[in-house]
Design a protein around this ligand. Structure first.
Ligand code: C5P
Length: 236
């Protein structure tokens, strides 16, 4: 599979996004437009980045009632994005509404966020999400991923730490997108459940979201090459 890195464009303006994208290369990565950039620059920036040749993952993590989420997915499809996402914690009805929002011929991947990679077990317990009696920390994520698959979603966003368990509980066609990727000596920033690019691929990840380790590097293209080389060293 080519182009497994999705660079997170977590920048505050259209100008910053275009200048960063021009340093990258659509044959080496796809781009993720998240809430910071989309809130500042709106749909126009998606068009700008598409015009530079990039596939776009619109990472707005919709979490609302089913009809509202379905409408948002239709709007995302209208922007010509490659992938969009919702929160699995919205439950089966919003996942089904999202999966059925656009005809299958519209080639838009719709994936669900299981549990944010910034959350640890203690954070989950605090909001009432407990691991099961066997104390398996991957349990809530695997259960949400199975529900996402049953509901017709194309895949999930999950941590590389539970990707292997989710891959085992679903199948090879299910898209696993893993953020929280760091080089062994990299800065964790606000992430908690992190893995290296090699570990993510070996655990069954389809795509890796990488933000600050590339966008904050002195030479973003060199950093992108390093991530791609590490992936190639372990990929089939
Ligand atoms: O800079 P860093 O590599 O930590 O960026 C990770 C990106 O992935 C951010 O844009 C963040 O919003 C996103 N993300 C995440 N965890 C999720 C879903 C998305 O970190 N579960």
């Amino acid at each position: 599979m080519k182009n497994r890195i999705i660079v997170a464009m977590d920048v505050p303006s259209r100008k910053d996004a275009i200048s960063l994208a021009k340093k990258l290369d659509p044959s080496l990565c796809r781009l993720k437009v998240g809430m910071e950039l989309f809130t500042a620059a709106g749909p126009a920036v998606v068009e700008d980045l598409r015009n530079l040749g990039f596939d776009i993952f619109l990472d707005l993590k919709y979490h609302d009632i089913p009809d509202t989420v379905a409408g948002a997915i239709r709007s995302a499809a209208g922007l010509g994005v490659w992938m969009a996402n919702i929160h699995c914690l919205g439950g089966r009805k919003i996942m089904e509404a999202a999966a059925n929002a656009v005809p299958r011929e519209v080639r838009l991947l719709i994936i669900g966020v299981t549990i944010l990679t910034s959350m640890k077990v203690t954070d989950l317990r605090e909001v009432g999400i407990d691991d099961d009696e066997s104390s398996d920390p991957t349990f809530p994520m695997v259960r949400l991923a199975q529900l996402a698959k049953q509901s017709g979603l194309d895949g999930v966003v999950c941590s590389g730490q539970e990707a292997a368990a989710i891959r085992k509980a679903t199948d090879d066609s299910f898209t696993l997108v893993t953020p929280g990727i760091r080089l062994p000596d990299g800065n964790k920033n606000d992430q908690a459940r992190i893995v290296t690019p090699e570990m993510a691929i070996q655990s069954g990840a389809s795509h890796l979201v990488v933000g600050r380790p590339i966008t904050g590097a002195a030479d973003p293209v060199a950093a992108l090459h390093e991530f791609n080389n590490r992936i190639a060293s372990v990929a089939n």
